[in-house]
Design a protein. Structure first.
Length: 179
């Protein structure tokens, strides 16, 4: 997440020399931030800039990190095409997937039939429910598994269940930062 400060810029770079500091490199392009009527807003941006989440009235501009180095972060700058650029690691606040997902209002399974809510975080554990299109509240993350509340999903005594949230680098869920 970039620091959203009026008058600041987020610079984008091509593949950097990892031994060089970003301040010593020439950027390819940038996004500029300025004060809008009610909040910090984007003033200028390249036409290819389509971040993962853009909700400036809630101070939300999320970029998905692909590669991390000491001074650099490779981010997806266009969620539609998968195009990436490099940014200064000091210009953003990095949040890993588990922490990010715990902060989301809800998540939904992309394929509830293939990824049902289970009793335990095991592929062979009993199935509590399939919940297609139902927003789920995240309670905990354990590896590739996510514990979710089953309130309103299944008429069960068990108040929680488990779903896989990823398979390697592939997300098996969608997320909603706002309710």
């Amino acid at each position: 997440m970039p620091h959203l400060v009026s008058g600041e810029r987020l610079y984008f770079y091509g593949t950097p020399d990892f031994t060089q500091l970003p301040a010593l490199m020439t950027p390819l392009d940038s996004v500029t931030f300025g004060q809008g009527p009610y909040h910090v807003d984007i003033m200028t941006a390249p036409p290819w800039f389509v971040p993962e989440v853009l909700k400036m009235d809630y101070d939300m501009l999320f970029l998905r990190a692909i590669t991390l180095t000491k001074n650099w972060v490779e981010v997806v700058v266009n969620r539609l095409t998968g195009e990436t650029r490099w940014i200064d690691a000091q210009a953003v606040r990095f949040v890993d997937w588990p922490r990010f997902l715990l902060d989301m209002a809800t998540v939904e399974m992309l394929d509830a039939a293939a990824n049902p809510i289970r009793v335990k975080p095991l592929d062979y554990a009993g199935i509590l429910a399939e919940a297609p299109g139902i927003p789920l509240q995240v309670l905990a993350i354990q590896g590739s598994w996510m514990q979710v509340s089953t309130n309103g999903v299944a008429d069960r005594i068990v108040p929680t269940g488990w779903i896989r949230w990823r398979d390697g680098d592939q997300l098996l869920i969608s997320y909603a930062p706002l309710s």
